[in-house]
Design a protein around this ligand. Structure first.
Ligand code: N2P
Length: 357
């Protein structure tokens, strides 16, 4: 009998020890579900020290992954292999993801810091009532350029890019909507045009820009232009702001034919396993001091009107990066064109890239 008790005791001790080791292993790898937060954001789009601060404050472990286009992000989320808790799509992608049931509603009562967002950036057409998305950064698409490298020349329009003086001087952001949008706007069409004839014309016009294009690139565009490897870039405004801090000679212009006004928002994908943590993260990023720190670090414009107060005045009053409502009226926000039309934009953009090579 005594022996049997001893054997049982031993089994219990071994079993408990094993359970303890397994639980420790799990938590050290962050696999306990509600203390791990998976965030999916654009490259170069957060101050990494904020991620650390969030981890320290909440005890959660953040798994941080990046994407370089809305299309890549949507494909990954729709596949469902990874369970993302927070993602940062642009407006037309948000509307598409809503349609495809890829987003969860956001509980505003868990976001006390939402009151700091400028109402100008709330309740927009792609998500009335902000039921599914909370503003992160906003901006435009335009031309960053180095007048000195162009012999003092100023650029004002998309069509200026076709000037033969710009041979092999242009870097383009690797975005289907951005590049197709520039082709369409340069012809006087809308960057949401759904007429296939117009889209083909835009693609053919882009093909004629090839001699002036040095490369189509990702986030490295900032380094290349700041280092004067090329004189001109078609970029998102915040990347231009970042380059201009590095190189004072640069200027940024939103072309006169029109361009894109965009809004990137935080969302909770429907596969989220840590919905409460996702709300905590969103609220953390809405905190004015942190939003200001983030904006200063990445160079993009914050929609947080309280955060603006913490930014250097020359940044927050720079009309090129904080244009007022009147001057953005002539710009267009990307619309959700529907699956087929979006695929057609992507197809033409790919063909253009092949032509370039
Ligand atoms: C930052 C990308 C900004 C995305 N690298 C603009 N929608």
């Amino acid at each position: 009998m005594k022996q049997l008790t001893r054997a049982f005791l031993l089994i219990f001790i071994v079993a408990f020890a094993l359970m303890y080791v397994v639980s420790k292993l799990n938590s050290s790898q962050g696999y306990t579900g509600d203390n791990i937060l998976t965030v999916y954001n654009w490259g170069d789009y957060i101050d990494p020290s904020l991620i650390k601060e969030f981890e320290q404050e909440t005890g959660m472990k953040v798994v941080y992954q990046t994407f370089d286009s809305n299309e890549a992000m949507m494909t990954k989320i729709a596949q469902g292999g990874t369970t993302y808790d927070v993602a940062v799509p642009s407006e037309y992608a948000i509307s598409k993801m809503k349609e495809e049931d890829l987003l969860l509603p956001i509980d505003h009562s868990k976001l006390p810091n939402l009151k700091y967002i400028n109402p100008r950036f709330l309740d927009l057409a792609f998500d009335k009532g902000n039921d599914y998305s909370i503003p992160y950064f906003w901006g435009t698409v335009g031309i960053v350029y180095n007048p000195e490298m162009l012999g003092g020349k100023e650029l004002h329009s998309w069509n200026d890019l076709w000037d033969s003086d710009l041979r092999n001087q242009i870097l383009l952001v690797d975005g289907a909507r951005e590049v197709m949008g520039m082709g369409l706007n340069s012809l006087g069409y809308s960057l949401n045009d759904r007429d296939k004839e117009h889209l083909i014309q835009a693609k053919e016009k882009l093909d004629t820009l090839t001699p002036n294009i040095k490369a189509i690139v990702g986030d490295e565009i900032k380094m290349l232009i700041a280092n004067e490897e090329a004189a001109v870039g078609v970029v998102w405004s915040g990347d231009a702001a970042d380059m201009m801090w590095e190189n004072e000679k640069l200027d940024y212009v939103v072309p006169e034919e029109g361009s894109n006004l965009w809004f990137d928002n935080m969302v909770i994908p429907s596969t989220s396993k840590n919905i409460d943590g996702a709300h905590q993260f969103i609220n953390f990023m809405l905190d004015p001091k942190r939003a200001a720190q983030n904006a200063e670090y990445v160079g993009y414009s914050t929609p947080n009107q309280e955060a603006i107060k913490y930014l250097p005045e020359d940044v927050s009053t720079d009309e090129r990066f904080y244009p007022d409502v009147d001057s953005t009226e002539r710009l267009e926000v990307y619309e959700n064109l529907g699956k087929k039309m979006l695929a057609y934009y992507n197809e033409l953009f790919l063909e253009f890239k092949m032509h370039k090579k």
